[in-house]
Design a protein around this ligand. Structure first.
Ligand code: CP
Length: 316
């Protein structure tokens, strides 16, 4: 297995099956620290720089919480407008990253431009972790989701997935790439204008992903062991920021209601959503046996602890 020390986490396309399991095992070792709300000194000599060019609640704060749990330090920005990259100068990724690498030992980047973290990785002497790049990928979120499933179900192989939402989303891309490494058939449900691109489908066929597309969640929910939902009502991920405004409501095809779960879902299926949500999962689903999204949120810290421990060489 390739070492994780010093490695960039940019995409799940380049993850091997045994590397997924190594990350999951390390996360399991980290979990008691977070569960007991302890801080240890594993990364006390390390500093993480966050470079967030797009809004975030979970990804940035979960990385920061993870670094604090491991005794490390945190610096960076959560609004590029307050930096030279976001003002009149529009400083390039290269120039910005050549500065940031002097301020810390790992950089977590979220950017509205697909490929920006990969561009950063070309120039940085420290590992770059992709915290979401445009419509590209969101590898740390899907590693969190795999960990949640693995902990809840005790396995990954043999589980059937249902993915509902906008298939242009970065999470959906990382999910599809990840599942190519497991025996996990997946059904995608999305509005036609948000379906997998032909290019993406060709790529998934090349990796032998067992997938199908259907029009309505009702056609697929009964078979699913894992239901992963993302909004179909959402902002443009290629923009730095969009203010709240008028938006539509989610059609029934892409909505997971309490009634649907009760009448059609497997009794032991689990429901994931990385959040933020709109109306695709009504709040009365929160108190059902299917929902695991609060667990997923906790695991978001655990997974980032594992990744930081690995790329910074505290875990091998
Ligand atoms: N799930 C997720 O990426 O959330 P944030 O946009 O709040 O980071």
């Amino acid at each position: 297995m390739r070492s994780f020390m010093g490695r960039d986490i940019l995409s799940l396309k380049d993850f091997e099956r045994n590397e997924f399991f190594r990350v999951l095992e390390v996360a399991e070792q980290m979990e008691p620290i977070a569960r007991n709300r302890r801080n240890v000194d594993m990364l006390k000599e390390k500093t993480m720089v966050v470079a967030f060019y797009q809004p975030s609640t979970r990804t940035r704060l979960a990385h920061e919480a993870a670094m604090h749990r491991l005794g490390g330090h945190v610096t960076g920005f959560s609004d590029a407008k307050m930096t030279r990259a976001g003002d009149w100068y529009q400083e390039s990724i290269k120039d910005t990253v050549k500065m940031l690498e002097c301020y810390g030992d790992v950089i977590v980047m979220r950017h509205f431009k697909q490929g920006a973290p990969a561009e950063a990785a070309k120039w940085a002497s420290v590992p770059i972790i992709n915290g979401g790049d445009g419509w590209g990928e969101h590898p740390t979120q899907i590693l969190t989701d795999l960990y949640t499933v693995w902990r809840e179900k005790g396995r990954l192989d043999g589980l059937k997935w249902l993915a509902v939402g906008d298939m242009r989303m970065r999470t959906m891309h990382s999910l599809a790439y990840a599942l190519t490494q497991f025996d996990c058939p997946i059904t995608f449900v999305s509005p036609p204008e948000m379906s997998l691109t032909e290019e993406m489908k060709a790529e998934l066929n090349q990796y032998s992903l067992n997938y199908q597309e259907v029009e309505h969640v009702e056609q697929a929910i009964a078979d699913a062991d894992v239901i992963l939902v993302e909004p179909v009502v959402q902002p443009d991920y290629t923009k730095a920021r969009q203010e709240a405004g008028e938006h539509g409501i989610t059609p029934a095809n892409y909505k997971i209601t309490r009634e649907l779960l009760t009448n059609k879902a497997k009794s032991d299926a689990i429901l994931l959503h990385s959040f933020p949500r709109m109306d695709e999962i009504p709040t009365d689903v929160d108190i059902t046996r299917w929902s695991r999204y609060w667990q997923e949120a906790f695991n978001g810290v655990v997974m980032r602890m594992a990744l930081l421990g690995l790329v910074l060489g505290a875990m091998e």
